[in-house]
Design a protein. Structure first.
Length: 437
């Protein structure tokens, strides 16, 4: 009797990241089987050996597009970029730049810009992204100083490169252009600086760029950036209005207030912005205690009294009754030594940089802004990714009630017991986390 063979192949594939194909190091295994009937009419199965193929690493990288600015001679400009590892394995990328055009910059350096706001996080120059996982990104700024003798209207191109360390023939480039100018300019953007931020461009926008919700009598904060892409420093007066035509006293609803603050929290009425620079400004808007529910447009303006350069951004405030009777504010501060004591004042502002192994202290405050009691108020928070709960000498506390979370073993979230808040009363939960080293 003839032997009859049926081949059956089974392929075992390990799936890679959706970037440059399958992840480096992935093993592709392939084992075949065959079933057959022998001369005794017995069904049998034969199994082949397993062959294994290991995927090699392929380098790939992208770099965000360059931008254009105008700056005066002997001033500094800053260009924001993002590197993305689109290869199939972890890789580092060396940062470099070439110059071309009518003049040479007095100096070109790169600095970390972790939050992507277009402003260097610190004064430490860098030359590499460090290791990036598959799909990982790295944000930085290229900072250059125009020479003192640069002629007005002269142009310069700075070509920024990100070169793979794994394969130095692979790189991505972007061109930043600088034109020498003399006058200042201003562009108000929301939540970040630069050309890609909300509100970029001249004049007030047709629709609100940011809408905040708050309760009557409760302040809400807008984060604004004043961007001076011109060639000289200038001081801009700050004001607010219900429309884009009338700014000054009495332009808000009766009982509403707007207070401008700098990055330290100090009250300001103007801000001086360097040529090619950006300043962070907070606008704290407080609706009247008797404000009715609804959405109100608010316009913020920056105007130079000397050059008459100005710009306006369009935002809005939604007043909600009842639903936002309890407001929750979370502040933070660095505790570098992890001794349970904050090194600085608590603030809602972003922390520009923090070292692995350092601690962050959080304070979360719930306030009853209404006119009646609220019950069953609980504060809840999750331990952030890449951190670990750290009690130390100052464990989690609550000003009212108690902590329900069991603080043994890995702590993933924290919850306070339910309390009642009378009108104007607050309760606060405070705790610390350590940034994973």
């Amino acid at each position: 009797m003839k032997t009859r063979l049926t081949a059956i192949a089974s392929l075992l594939l390990a799936t890679g990241a959706a970037h440059a194909g399958t992840a480096a190091g992935t093993q592709i295994s392939n084992t075949a089987t065959a079933t057959y009937t022998d001369s005794t009419s017995t069904q049998r199965t034969a199994t082949s050996n397993t062959v294994v193929t290991t995927v090699q690493q392929v380098a790939a990288v992208t770099l965000s597009a360059g931008s254009a600015k105008t700056a005066a001679a002997n001033t500094t400009v800053s260009y924001a970029h993002t590197v993305t590892n689109t290869g199939n394995g972890a890789d580092s990328f060396t940062l470099s730049a070439q110059e071309s055009g009518a003049f040479t910059m007095a100096g070109v350096q790169f600095f970390l810009d972790a939050n992507g706001d277009g402003i260097a996080d610190n004064a430490t120059p860098i030359t590499s992204t460090g290791s990036l996982a598959i799909g990982g990104t790295f944000k930085f700024v290229a900072v250059a100083t125009l020479p003192a003798g640069a002629q007005t209207n002269a142009q310069h191109t700075l070509t920024v490169n990100a070169t793979s360390v794994f394969n130095n023939t692979v790189k991505a480039s972007a061109a930043d252009t600088t034109t020498v100018g003399t006058g200042s300019s201003v562009d108000i953007t929301a939540n970040a600086a630069g050309n890609n931020a909300l509100g970029h461009g001249a004049g007030a926008e047709a629709s609100a760029q940011v809408t905040n919700t708050t309760a009557p009598g409760t302040p809400t904060r807008f984060v604004l950036y004043l961007n001076n892409n011109g060639g000289s420093a200038d001081t801009f007066n700050l004001s607010s209005s219900l429309d884009n035509n009338t700014f000054g006293t009495g332009t808000l609803p009766n009982g509403w207030t707007v207070v401008f603050r700098d990055v330290s929290g100090a009250v300001i009425t103007s801000s001086t912005v360097a040529a090619g620079g950006s300043n962070l400004v907070y606008a704290d808007v407080t609706p009247a205690a008797g404000a009715t529910a609804g959405t109100t447009d608010v316009y913020f303006r920056a105007l130079s009294p000397t050059s008459n350069v100005k710009d306006t951004i369009h935002d809005a405030v939604t007043v909600a009754i009842g639903a936002t009777q309890v407001t929750l504010v979370k502040t933070q501060a660095i505790d570098a030594a992890c001794d349970g004591t904050a090194d600085t004042a608590f603030s809602t502002a972003p922390i520009a940089s923090a070292l692995p192994g350092a601690c962050i202290r959080y304070q979360i405050t719930a306030t009853n802004n209404g006119t009646t009691d609220v019950t069953q108020v609980q504060i809840k928070d999750d331990i952030p990714a890449n951190t670990t709960y750290y009690g130390g000498t100052n464990p989690v506390t609550a000003t009212l009630g108690s902590i329900l979370t069991v603080l043994t073993g890995p702590v993933t979230n924290l919850t306070t017991s339910a309390v009642t808040l009378t009108p104007g009363q607050s309760t606060m939960m405070s705790f610390g986390v350590r940034i994973n080293p």
